[in-house]
Ligand binder design. Structure first.
Ligand code: XUL
Ligand code: CO
Length: 437
């Protein structure tokens, strides 16, 4: 195999004392945390679109990134060469998984059949590369947003032919994901939303989106695909109103349309913050309702209001993310996909290593800190105590469903006033988290 990253050897865990920027200081795949390996807790994945297709363009400028292996064309040869690049990179990094959109890995042809054929050619090579490297597919998906035909959406397009085109593309993407042993399949509604209510029949669009997902599920079942379906919330960008706004909107959609047994959520940090939520809010909301399936790990920029998709380096963030994930016992068959891109100014191939090493170490560190906080138990017992008025007396009756408005009124009239409130101790708890960081 040609070496596309000749200056990089396999990235090793060297521990805290290491000053080697191309080594892990915290991520040690085999290390056991709360009875499970870091590898199993974290299930890291590299995303194909940013890492192997990103070129540094922004709305104001041309590509900036040096990618010596890439001839800048969308040819099949170039796509096949990228597979070698990707698997050399992922092998050296030591990640167990990757994720892709159909159009990231293979060029779109002049007809749908040609696109399918291109995808088959690249998928054959991906399969061989997976076999020889041991790297697996965390999830596949279809790009239903880049081509101009999807300008009004895909499953929510007012144009039924576009719906049919999208269905054909998703059918093929599920088939390929299944053939590559993909453990999940993601739906991110790139343009499943609208720009103006004046030209939009919202009910029809939502009904059609649900029909689309049911059809995808029927197809997946018919070919024996056992992977998990994931719906990825994002509030805006590219459209103004996206139907998959946040975890709550997605959950309402999947419940309303009878998809609860079929779809879980893939929660992305920068999407959470664009929705005006914290990542923790989104994770907890999904988790308590049993639909936290996987995460897209990245971060936004507090000073910018768009999806900057930066690599996560903030230990406070990763600690809080891991607290929720550990509470629900992990993410499997989901994982931690770095839906993140190097900055336009980080132009060298080696920057891809620095970016992923930083993200993996930040999560490994978050995992260890979260485990220490859990072992200490103070946080859990504080929260338990805060709600203890529901553990007995009138509180227990409320939670048991054995009381009613009249009885509650008599209870409180007799008591005269509610029991005094206790302090929320927010600052003490913030200090507690900091003590472990
Ligand atoms: C876009 C985004 C997507 C999905 C997959 O913001 O996050 O890349 O993760 O389609
Ligand atoms: Co994403």
């Amino acid at each position: 195999m040609a070496a596309y990253f000749p200056e990089v050897d396999k990235i090793q865990f060297e521990g805290l004392q290491s000053k080697n920027p191309l080594a892990f200081r915290h991520f040690n795949a085999a290390e056991i945390v709360e009875g499970r390996s870091m590898h199993d807790w974290l299930r890291f994945a590299v995303c194909y679109w940013h890492t192997f297709r990103g070129n540094g363009t922004d709305p104001f400028g041309a590509p900036t990134l040096n990618r010596p292996w890439d001839d800048g064309t969308d040819s099949l040869d170039n796509a096949l060469r990228r597979v070698d690049v990707a698997f050399e990179f992922m092998t050296k990094l030591g990640v167990p998984y990757y994720c892709f959109h159909d159009r990231d890995v293979a060029p779109e042809g002049s007809t749908l059949s040609k696109s399918h054929a291109n995808l088959d050619v690249v998928a054959r090579k991906l399969k061989e590369a997976q076999k020889s490297s041991g790297i697996k597919l965390l999830w596949g998906t279809a790009n239903l947003f880049s081509n101009p035909r999807f300008m009004h959406g895909a499953a929510t397009s007012p144009n039924a032919d576009v719906f049919a085109f999208a269905a054909a593309q998703v059918r093929k993407a599920i088939e390929v994901t299944h053939d590559l042993g993909g453990e999940n399949y993601v739906f991110w509604g790139g343009r499943e939303g609208y720009m103006s209510s004046l030209n939009t029949n919202m009910k029809r669009e939502l009904d059609n989106l649900a029909r689309f997902m049911h059809m995808a599920n029927d197809y997946a079942k018919s070919i024996g695909f056992k992977g998990q379906f994931l719906f990825e919330p994002k509030p805006k960008e590219p459209t103004k109103h996206q139907y998959d706004f946040d975890a709550a909107a997605c959950l309402n959609f999947i419940r309303q349309y009878g998809l609860l047994d079929v779809v879980k959520l893939n929660i992305e940090t920068n999407h959470a913050t664009l929705a005006g939520h914290s990542m923790m809010h989104e994770l907890e909301y999904a988790s308590i309702q049993g639909v936290l399936g996987s995460i897209d790990a990245n971060t936004g920029d507090l000073l910018l209001g768009w999806d900057t998709d930066q690599f996560p380096t903030d230990i406070y963030l990763t600690t809080q993310v891991m607290l929720v994930i550990m509470k629900q016992g992990g993410l499997s068959p989901g994982g931690t996909n770095f839906d993140a891109k190097v900055r336009r100014e980080s132009i060298d191939p080696i920057d891809l290593f620095h970016a992923h090493i930083g993200g993996m170490d930040a999560f490994a560190r978050g995992l260890k800190i979260a485990a220490a906080i859990r072992a200490d138990g103070i946080l859990t017992s504080f929260v338990k105590e805060r709600y203890s008025s529901y553990d007995s007396g009138i509180g227990r009756k409320i939670e048991n469903g054995t009381t009613n408005m009249r009885e509650l009124e008599s209870y409180i009239v007799e008591k005269g006033e509610a029991a005094a409130n206790t302090s929320g101790r927010q600052e003490m708890l913030e200090n507690l988290i900091n003590r472990y960081i």
